[in-house]
Design a protein around this ligand. Structure first.
Ligand code: ADP
Ligand code: MG
Length: 240
């Protein structure tokens, strides 16, 4: 599981995370919603050690992410991450893009890495695009490629940072469907998202961020059906 205890994060004088306590259990899907600038992305970066923290602890399966001596490369193999925009390697085919990290980071032989890559590409519905170059893919296919690339590391957790925000509206559905499939398969997921429908239907819990704090957290029925926090009510009134 992922355990976050009293997490504070400052950029200079700006305190972006102001005491986050959160535990995400194996198999759970947590959606994080909240206004731009509320610290959602920063939280994900603190979870996989892309950003140092100012105070508190982040434990992934008991491993203290920010402790001196923690092998971050090894840790990140357990945490797949999908960003808003993922720049694939334009000179590599779809298959090569996904096989690269298993080969370089996991040290698999080329044939084995390509077998893993092919399996994950089929999984996200890109089994017929193996020999294409990324430029030939639509935005939705590019994001599914990014998901396949993360899955090829066989992670325990998947972190999504607005994976559909840069997509044309007609391409959002196919990426959400892929995320929904992973959730149904039992993947543990933290999804920063503006897709309230997804948050409501797919998540086990939803956390609403406001100015670096979790203002309210709960089951989606409660969060969307009877929000307690006036700030959450105002947020939902704007986005729904
Ligand atoms: P969200 O993902 O909720 O939109 P972010 O986590 O990206 O919010 O950002 C939270 C705040 O931290 C914002 O005010 C942002 O400008 C600031 N911030 C994010 N990254 C940096 C950085 N590397 N240096 C300085 N300030 C940053
Ligand atoms: Mg963000």
């Amino acid at each position: 599981m992922i355990q976050i205890e009293n997490l504070h994060k400052k950029f200079g004088a700006l305190e972006v995370l102001r005491g986050i306590d959160l535990a995400v259990n194996k198999g759970e899907v947590l959606s994080i919603i909240g206004a731009s600038g509320s610290g959602k992305s920063t939280l994900l970066y603190c979870i996989n050690g892309l950003e140092p923290i100012s105070e508190g602890r982040v434990l992934v399966d008991g491993v203290d992410v920010h402790a001196r001596g923690t092998d971050l490369n090894r840790l990140r193999q357990r945490l797949g991450m999908v960003f808003q925009q993922w720049n694939s390697f334009p000179h590599l085919t779809v298959l090569e893009n996904v096989a690269l990290a298993p080969r370089i980071v996991r040290g698999l032989p080329r044939a084995k890495a390509e077998e893993v890559a092919r399996r994950q590409l089929e999984h996200v519905g890109l089994g017929d695009k193996l020999a294409q170059y990324p430029a030939a893919l639509s935005g939705g296919q590019q994001q599914r490629l990014a998901i396949a690339r993360a899955l090829a590391m066989e992670p325990e957790y998947m972190l999504f940072d607005e994976a559909t925000s840069a997509l044309d509206p007609e391409l959002v559905g196919e990426v959400l469907d892929t995320m929904r499939m992973l959730a149904a398969e039992g993947m543990t997921m933290i999804c920063v998202t503006h897709e309230m429908g997804f948050a409501r239907e797919v998540s086990d819990r939803v956390a609403f961020f406001h100015q670096g704090r979790i203002e309210e957290i709960g089951r989606p029925e409660e969060m969307f059906g009877k929000p307690r926090s006036p700030k959450l009510k105002r947020f939902l009134a704007k986005v729904l």
